[in-house]
Design a protein around this ligand. Sequence first.
Ligand code: SF4
Length: 232
Amino acid sequence: ADLATLDAAVSTCRACPRLVAWREEVATTKRASYAGEPYWGRPAPGFGPSDARVLVVGLAPAANGANRTGRVFTGDRSGDWLYAGLHRAGLANQPTATHAGDGLELLGTRVVATVRCAPPANKPTPAERDTCAPWLHRELTLLTEVRVVVALGSFGWDAALRTCAALGWAVPRPRPRFGHGAEAVLTRAAAGGASEEVTLLGCYHPSQQNTFTGKLTEPMLDAVLGRAASFA
Ligand code: SF4
């Protein structure tokens, strides 16, 4: 399988009844400001090239963001922050992300959601998290060039650690804790007796809750994405 096949497969997934119902309800009722627009109303696959060295792991699509536009982090305030930051770090060709055909290209970077369907109140249940985990597992298996994983929030951090551990990466002990600017190096045996490394970087999620309150500022985001870009 390749990444395009995986993207096509994930976008037809219906494994979580509560999330399927919610994503479709939002896509039918629509926010008033988008009443005249089509809604995607399905899982949001990852976005970015298959040879990405930087992987950004978020939480889940926003009900009126990626659940509307069909592209992860596209069409909501969190995405505005993220893609502007990726552009400043040299990891995106433009600072804006408005819809799937807007010309945005990621440079050596792929962005994914841990849970691929919009959850009510942005909160997936542990069961939904676990049901969706195989998609991230399969995606990371195909992304063989990844050298750095930027986890947006503790949810993405934990998912990245779990997925890497399942793929044979040795997670340091004690288990690294999430924080903004946290950094952990995971190692794995490679062919020929060598070992390879992947670095996990923690970054506060660019949710409105964090950016409106100043918990996450642009310089803080730039510091982590700039660090990530040094691996690209
Ligand atoms: Fe499938 Fe993941 Fe969506 Fe659940 S959240 S329906 S596992 S894509």
